[in-house]
Design a protein. Structure first.
Length: 90
């Protein structure tokens, strides 16, 4: 868990409240030393109380809005890099 990443996520203005909850979930699993998080979609959907498909749509939205970048790896959980320095709160 990264307190820095969770604090950052809480400060961001995200127009979609479910997307913000997904962002906070990713931030909660962020590893400062590695520079990315790798929570499963199943874990994020449980944390946000939504379906897996909804989480996938919200991740795409967050990526399009510049909050994170995804790195998909065959046979492994997707890695999420948060743009901690790039997005500022409104």
């Amino acid at each position: 868990m990264s307190i820095k990443a969770v604090s950052w996520a809480l400060e961001q203005y995200v127009s979609d409240p479910v997307a913000k909850l997904v962002l906070i979930g990713i931030a909660d699993r962020y590893n400062d030393e590695r520079g990315y998080a790798w929570p499963s979609v199943a874990w994020l959907s449980k944390a946000a109380s939504v379906t897996d498909r909804t989480v996938q749509r919200k991740i795409k939205l967050l990526e399009a809005q510049g909050f994170l970048a995804t790195a998909r790896q065959t046979g492994a959980t997707t890695h999420y890099r948060l743009h901690l320095e790039d997005v500022q709160p409104e």
